[in-house]
Design a protein around this ligand. Sequence first.
Ligand SMILES: [Zn+2]
Length: 340
Amino acid sequence: MKSSPSIRCPLCNATNLKCITRQSEYKNWQCLDCCLIFLWPFPREKELEKLYSGEFHLNPENERSNREKVRGFNRILSVIKTFQSGGKLLDVGCSSGIFLHCAKQQGYDVYGIDVGKEAVERAKSYYGLKNVKQGILEDVDSRESFDIITMLDLIEHLPDPLSTLKRSLRLLKKDGYLVLLTPNASGFVSVLTRILLAKPFGMWDHPEPPYHLYQFSHKVLTSYLNSIGFEIVKSVYHEIPVKYAAERFYYTLVEILRVFKRKICGEKKIKDFKNQAVLKVSSQPDKRFRKVSILKKVMHGGLILFSRIFMNCIYVPGRLFQKGNNSLLILRSKSAFTGE
Ligand SMILES: [Zn+2]
């Protein structure tokens, strides 16, 4: 599907666009000139506010998932430490403060900002972080300056990442670093799931619509940052836990099966079948429904197993060829190099 003339690539302004997926009212477009993938139309401002308020940031009381997050953040901090082992660190989109908590433990003087009111309250009350406030980067006093600014899993959510990145350039000390973590649209998981799921079924979980407004490949991101005035000093391919990727893949497969079922049985038949099943189960389940339930369990078990094996198989070449799920970039202002 080609674009309507009103849509332009937010990066290079081209109108040569192709619609690559459509999930409910959200469409992902790819610019055929610069390869940027972006959601259009963007969710409205009110919708975006709703998306990131309330429970969005609050970590469930799940020790295991928190431990995984802490491990991932400590890996990122170990990369940052090789460039800057202390100083003032500002985390933009700090959510409920787990990363800041890790950074504080490693000796950084930490500051945070986030749009979510509940998340900021949690960062203060749960982790005892004092210098965390609600807002966006534009709300940070321009007289402030930082040794490190981190934006972890942030820029893909912003309607205008360009202005936020430019602002960070002004808030960094002369030799300061910007640390970016964002999904890698040219990573193996993204590319393979796009080929296998997006093209034939129109389902592609990687962009997480409507949350991710942009999908940056490593190449696109590099040229984007260069045009703003950043120089990449280190780039690392970073991976999300394989279990999480497998779970998401599993849910997409289940959704595809549901679509098939709807096409084969029709919506009415499925509803009738469900009503009958509820009646039977609530009275006395007969053998036929028990069989269906066992078959369903076996199918789901098989899908879970397949998803885990599939993701593990993709992760191996992803590691070998440095094509992980996420790009972690350490950046400096170009003027820091030229001494302007
Ligand atoms: Zn473009």
